[in-house]
Design a protein around this ligand. Structure first.
Ligand SMILES: [Zn+2]
Length: 105
């Protein structure tokens, strides 16, 4: 659990954007989709154990993408199984509205 400095009442910009996924222990970083490969809404970097989620998509899409990438961070590799994990967490699947490769790794 991240601890805030005692002299601040609200999280700093960095703290707000850098959180930890409790399911995998991975860092979560929200980035503008312009910083992700074209058409990609999220990525998991296994080298740095970091989840990237596009910050400029709807909360509905962002939740699914986050749980999809969390699935990868927990060791899921197969895209369909990772989608199934994500939809089990959020109760819906955005994939029918997206091309299969849009969530990327
Ligand atoms: Zn994926």
């Amino acid at each position: 659990m991240k601890q805030r400095p005692h002299n601040t009442e609200t999280p700093s910009e960095l703290e707000r954007k850098l959180e930890i996924d409790y399911n995998s222990g991975a860092k979560i970083i929200e980035v503008p989709s312009s910083q992700l490969p074209p058409g990609v809404l999220g990525m998991y970097d296994s080298i740095t154990h970091t989840i990237y989620v596009a910050s400029d998509i709807s909360e509905h899409d962002r939740q699914f993408v986050y749980h999809h990438e969390s699935g990868h961070a927990q060791g899921l590799i197969d895209e369909c199984k990772t989608d199934a994990y994500a939809s089990s967490r959020v109760g819906y699947n955005i994939r029918p509205l997206r091309k299969m490769d849009r969530l990327a790794a």
